[in-house]
Design a protein. Structure first.
Length: 388
């Protein structure tokens, strides 16, 4: 449990916007998750506590080509500020063009760059967690984004993994490069791409990066295995990181941000909703997502993937669970929710790991990718990621 003494050690994290520094209090960031962190889900999380809430990852090329679905993905929710977008690119010129577009059209207040995605369809094209291995290309992309953002006063940050695998760790060198180029912070998911989401993340790597970047003055944010407010506080105490990034821990649990807010402020209270309280969050999510997609059918189809996360640990008849996974209208959804029987929050199961649990596997890479880290790789395209 957080003590009053501990809470005083948790300093706000500054995000240097053009209109003045924005203070992240507590220093908590919602990780961009493909297919998850759209405006409705960000709204639910925002209502639970302060912080920064990043959009789904979008490709820079899709953005400059003005693909309608990509433009929808970066659209902020009502009252969302600061507006945060995560970009993915394997081309410095395309990244620069996307950042300039965001600046000129006032589409975001903060840009994060993805160098941590371990998904094969991204890494096999040299993107995501594979890219920092190519030192010159990584430096060129980060530099292009920062230079394009400067006239608009938009801070740029990076999120990365430890490396491709244990034989090809890149985080210390890549983070130093990014820091020297002028990023506002570096976020580290403390797993390799090979590890995917298996086992426990290596918080010692976060500690090493904190020490490594101290001479630059650039803060480090830690990511990996934060399932409760106590976990977030413990990560900061053990690693010395300046803030945390929350991903899978909030799937079906947007109230995790309220729990983190309490822990970081030294409060002994926990946010542990009953099933009746959870069902109202679920219905609000449904209403928001139907409004977002402007289609009840599409909204409910998108909502289905959240059902198992929301109900995890609660005693719900299997037939009712199955019906939640097939919900097609808000009226049907309300009828199903009203059949739930109230019960306390199941802490032991409810705060267990959730979301993707992919086992480790060799990383898919372009042919010859590991031959020369200083080679300026020529990458075919950046449409490898279907999410935007």
């Amino acid at each position: 449990m957080a003590s009053a003494t501990t809470s005083r050690l948790i300093k706000p994290l500054a995000l240097p916007l053009s209109g003045g520094s924005y203070s992240l209090t507590p220093p908590v960031v919602l990780a961009p998750m493909a297919g998850i962190t759209n405006a409705p889900f960000r709204m639910l999380c925002r209502e639970q506590g302060a912080g920064l809430f990043v959009s789904e990852m979008v490709t820079a090329r899709a953005l400059i080509e003005r693909r309608p679905e990509t433009l929808r993905m970066i659209l902020p929710g009502a009252g969302e500020s600061p507006r945060s977008v995560q970009l993915y690119s394997v081309d410095p010129h395309v990244m620069s063009a996307a950042v300039r577009m965001i600046g000129k059209e006032d589409l975001a207040d903060h840009i994060d760059m993805n160098f941590g995605c371990p998904v094969p369809k991204v890494t096999r094209k040299g993107g995501g967690a594979a890219l920092p291995y190519k030192r010159r290309l990584f430096s060129a992309i980060v530099s292009a984004a920062i230079e394009a953002a400067k006239p608009f006063g938009i801070p740029v940050t990076v999120k990365m993994r430890i490396g491709i695998d244990s034989d090809h760790e890149t985080y210390l060198e890549a983070a130093t490069t990014a820091a020297n180029l002028g990023v506002a912070w570096v976020a580290l998911h403390a797993r390799t791409a090979e590890a995917m989401y298996e086992g426990k993340s290596d918080w010692n790597a976060i500690s090493r990066l904190v020490d490594h970047l101290k001479p630059t003055g650039v803060p480090v944010l830690g990511n990996g295995d934060i399932w409760s407010g106590a976990d977030g506080l413990r990560m900061m105490e053990e690693t010395g990181c300046a803030g945390i990034v929350v991903g899978r821990g909030c799937l079906g649990r947007p109230w995790l941000f309220a729990d983190l807010f309490s822990a970081f402020n030294g409060q002994a209270t926990r946010t542990l909703p009953t099933l009746f309280e959870v069902r109202e969050v679920m219905y609000r999510h449904g209403e928001l997502i139907v409004d977002y997609f402007e289609s009840e059918d599409r909204g409910c189809r998108d909502l289905r993937k959240h059902m198992a996360w929301y109900l995890k640990g609660f005693k719900v008849p299997s037939e009712l669970r199955r019906k939640f996974g097939m919900v097609s209208t808000l009226r049907e959804f309300r009828i199903l929710l009203d059949q739930l029987i109230d019960q306390p929050y199941p802490i032991a199961i409810g705060e267990a790991p959730r979301g993707r649990t992919s086992h480790s596997r060799p990383v898919s890479l372009p042919d010859g990718w590991l031959k020369d880290p200083d080679e300026m790789a020529e990458i075919e395209l950046e449409d490898a990621f279907s999410g935007g």
